[in-house]
Design a protein around this ligand. Sequence first.
Ligand code: 4NP
Length: 144
Amino acid sequence: MVCLGNICRSPLAEGILKSKLPDTYIVESAGTINMHEGKSPDYRSIQTGKNNNVDISKQKSRHFSAKDFEEFDRIYCMDRNNLKDVLSLANDLQQRKKVSLLLDDEEVPDPYWGEQKDFDHVFQMLDSACEKIAADLQTQISPN
Ligand code: 4NP
């Protein structure tokens, strides 16, 4: 799960997707800038998660790196800028194919400069996207 700072959107996306999948899946998040490296998620994201029984308080922000293309099968970006920045680090078609917007044709808006209602809206968007991803992944494992 990738956003700009890895303190607002992608930590919530990580926590939500983790909560919907068995522990055998490795779900992480990262940011395309390193400005918040090592920091906890934004307190508003922590609170929004808490309001919805998703604990993201122990996460630490990290910078997305080219190595993530080797470690992960799927890379979901919150908005088109994140998508462009991630794709610029891909080496080949196989790596580019791992990358997509989290929502099919819509961006997850950055709530950083917003209010609590913007975080709530982001949570709902992330929750329905992650529900689909989790269902999709588990269908692939047991098609019947
Ligand atoms: P995020 O939100 O990309 O959802 O983590 C932001 C966090 C920090 C900044 C911008 C967006 N910032 O400019 O520091």
